[in-house]
Design a protein around this ligand. Structure first.
Ligand code: M6R
Length: 613
């Protein structure tokens, strides 16, 4: 994600930059930095760690000036380090850039710039922007410095591919900041004799509530006297401002009551960002000698909690698409059971944080057994990414709520992508089948966006049953782990007993806990197993359960005949349906907990990352 802040005005800018970065820390916190124009030169202060570390460094260096930009980083390219922290500069050190997003063609641009003599200091994709502007400035010699910078920035933006937002400052234009938005958020705050650029409103809400939300393809030029807005064609467009009525706390959550709800709604974007790099990243990973994935015969998936449920789904994917034998272990169990040594074995560790002690322990054991190790992880530079031979990053951005939502769906689609790329590379699936599966995968972000529309229905449904002291979730095949995840989500934030079962198993014991009125959520999208799920509904209803059928439009009528309520989610292909189904259960857990008045983002007894065994 990353957070951008910029200030241009008549006051000293450092306090506003630090304030802004603190408010944006939820977007990333592995390093932070600021750059200020001071006496015609750029002064840059950067620090690894949270904004508090930067604040200490700033207190020593005290950069003075009335125009500056800052950044808090969530690493995507290059480990968390001072060299990789933003702002990044060109060769002269006069142009500084802060950026959020991913420049997909950065390697091509970097090579081109290197042949032109540019020297790079970091591993980031961001640094190419600064050098490209420097290069383009050489070809824009007429006009004022301000006009030249504007033209160079416009030319640079046209050469960048990907989703990005960035802010630029030049030592020769000490009263100007330029901001560019393309598919990553960027807003402008309009004050009196001062203006702000930021990734999100809370960054400057303390100073102004008059906001301009940039559209994709727009460039904003900020000076102390005002803000001008330009389209991709370089033509000036009208500035439309909005008055924000949120308080600071609400603004931090983007207007949502809780981070959990915000993160549920961020899923389409998180999925799109994760998929954006999948083809290239898996191509690289599959080509690596260190993992030699094409010859892999056995896979052990290890993970904890929600990530474990994603890993369970990954087993279905790997066996079905890649044709490899896969087993799933809770990381805490894998560490202590006997695992026979075997050649051509891969251990896949799935983790949002990359710091879960049990998962790290399992990977350590996999290494001792001589297994190759692949991490599917959301945090660059985390312990797990260092302990594995290769890493695929889920780009869903920092997850703040203890209850994991967007990390889960991004883990599922990463495993799906891995399985189909692997299956294709090993010849297990044909080009034609691969194309079909890939197309279906690419359609998931939009389908999840459509699924978000069910929040109102789910919210309404929970009104009748939120006081129940026991909930049951049933699923089959790839929806079995979703039943487990639905139950985990509910229990961790509502503190009530919730259990998930494989639907075929209830008659072997669990059915005895069903009482009159027990809510049973049955996952029954219209697919091959639909008829079996109709039987499960009937069995539970016969014992007095309050049956809620989660189905797809084609299953609605039949489901209505055997259930008390229905939740209708869009239809996806059989193997991708879980990604849509879980959205309904995330809302379900959220609304039960909300009605019970629980502390949703920080539920009792739980930590976001469990770093002890
Ligand atoms: O950071 P990790 O993905 O390794 O964390 C694993 C579990 O601790 C985590 O998924 C936990 O179960 C969440 N609170 C679930 O919402």
């Amino acid at each position: 994600m990353c957070g951008i802040i910029g200030y241009v005005g008549t006051k000293k800018c450092t306090p506003a930059l630090i304030d802004g970065l603190k408010k944006l820390e939820y977007r990333g916190y592995d390093s932070a930095g600021i750059a200020v124009v001071q006496d015609g030169q750029i002064v840059r202060v950067r620090a690894v760690g949270k904004v508090a570390e930067l604040e200490k460094a700033v207190a020593q260096d005290k950069p003075q000036g009335t125009c500056g930009i800052g950044h808090t980083r969530w690493a995507t390219h290059g480990k968390p380090s001072e060299e990789n922290s933003h702002p990044h500069t060109d060769c002269s050190g006069e142009i500084v850039v802060v950026h959020n997003g991913i420049i997909e063609n950065y390697l091509t641009l970097k090579e081109k710039l290197q042949t032109l003599g540019h020297k790079f200091q970091s591993e980031t994709d961001t640094e190419v922007i600064a050098h490209l502007i420097e290069e383009n400035l050489k070809h824009t010699r007429s006009g004022s410095h301000e006009q030249r910078l504007f033209r160079a920035v416009m030319k640079t933006s046209a050469e960048l591919h990907g989703a990005f937002a960035y802010g630029v400052m030049w030592a020769k234009t000490p009263r100007q900041i330029i901001g560019v938005k393309n598919q990553s958020p960027l807003v402008v705050g309009l004050g009196k004799n001062e203006n702000f650029l930021a990734s999100d409103v809370p960054a400057f809400l303390k100073y102004t509530s008059k906001v301009l939300f940039l559209e994709d393809g727009q460039t904003a030029v900020l000076t102390p006297d005002g803000v001008k807005l330009y389209g991709m064609d370089g033509q000036e467009t009208k500035v439309k401002t909005t008055k924000i009525s949120w308080d600071e706390k609400t603004a931090e959550k983007g207007g949502y009551k809780h981070f959990m709800l915000k993160e549920i709604y961020e899923q389409p974007q998180g999925l799109e960002d994760t998929l954006r790099t999948a083809r290239e990243d898996f191509g690289r990973i599959l080509g690596l000698k260190t993992t030699d994935l094409r010859n892999i015969k056995n896979v052990y998936l290890v993970a904890c909690g929600t990530a474990y449920h994603a890993a369970m789904i990954g087993k279905y994917y790997l066996e079905n698409f890649a044709g490899v034998t896969a087993s799933v272990d809770l990381a805490s169990e894998f560490k202590y059971r006997t695992i026979p040594p075997a050649e051509n074995t891969l251990c896949i560790a799935v983790s949002q944080s990359g710091e879960t002690a049990d998962t790290l322990g399992a990977v350590k054991k996999a290494k001792e057994l001589g297994f190759k190790r692949l991490a599917i992880c959301n945090v660059l530079g985390s312990g797990l990414t260092r302990a594995c031979n290769s890493v695929f990053f889920t780009h869903c951005g920092p997850e703040i709520s203890v209850a994991s939502t967007k990390a889960f769906t991004s883990q599922i689609i990463s495993l799906y992508a891995l399985a189909i790329f692997l299956g294709h590379a090993s010849g297990n699936i044909s080009q034609k089948v691969f194309n079909k599966l890939y197309k279906e995968l690419m359609a998931v972000p939009k389908a999840v966006a459509d699924t978000l529309k069910i929040e109102y229905d789910v919210r309404h449904l929970t009104k009748k049953i939120y006081k129940s002291d026991r909930f049951i979730f049933l699923g089959r095949n790839v929806d079995y782990p979703i039943a487990l995840e639905g139950a985990l989500k509910l229990k961790e934030i509502s503190y009530v007993s919730a259990e998930g079962f494989a639907a075929g198993e209830i008659k072997h014991g669990p059915i005895s806990i069903i009482d009159k009125g027990t809510p049973v959520l049955i996952l029954m999208p219209k697919n091959l197993l639909f008829d079996k799920m109709l039987s499960a509904c009937a069995e539970c209803r016969a014992r007095g359960a309050f049956v809620i059928a989660l189905t797809t439009p084609d299953g609605k009528e039949e489901a209505a005949a055997v259930s008390d309520k229905q939740i209708i989610v869009p239809q996806a292909s059989e193997y991708l349906q879980p990604v849509l189904d879980i959205v309904a259960l995330q809302f379900f857990a959220y609304w039960v907990a909300k009605r019970l008045g629980r502390d949703i983002d920080q539920p009792r007894n739980l930590a976001k990352s469990v770093t002890v065994e």
